[in-house]
Design a protein around this ligand. Sequence first.
Ligand code: TMP
Length: 208
Amino acid sequence: MTKRGLFITIEGVEGAGKSCNMPFIRECLEQTLSVSVVPTREPGGTEVSEAIRGVLISNDLPAMSHDAELLLMFAARAEHLDKLIIPALEQGSCVLCDRFTDASYAYQGGGRGLSLDRIATMERFVQGDLRPDYTILFDVEAEIGLARAKGRGEADRFEHEAIDFFNRVRQQYLKMAVEQSQRYRIIDASVGFDEVQQQLRDVIGGLQ
Ligand code: TMP
């Protein structure tokens, strides 16, 4: 039987630099661990999940209820797990996912104030026992991240939130990183590009 591949997720507030480092992380993983890597993202990653992403981030739908937002995140996740993540892991590939369920704890829990227990119920319902093996958190002050994100073009529905929302998102990520320190690796994303990549090399070199 093929050994299940590693499931690695990347998290952080807007503008922390995670998405633009995905190709670098992929390359490091392939070289260091000699595995084939399937990069993907949430919300999204499959046809249906990308369609749900379109609804979630659309500025034309600003008045979405918090519960509807949470359920859509998990609907997109259920499809992503079924069509892409679980098959790839079962084939022995490493799945590298730009955001996953910790983003629901951080944004819908920390940011929107939804109950973390309810999110945990959804997590069990959609994922069963499956959890990421490692989570790399790009940590940066929300203000710095948002300023960087603003330079990237039109803001999506989430990027219109106030700074307090992103401060709560960041605090929830940091809380999870402390509580689940075996799974989490923290990158100081406030420094320059080269230094971030050096930290990533070090972190990935230490994974098994
Ligand atoms: P992205 O632009 O960083 O890919 O993600 C789109 C937005 O979706 C981002 O603001 C974070 C948000 N998000 C949640 O609120 N909950 C989630 O579970 C996920 C995966 C993303």
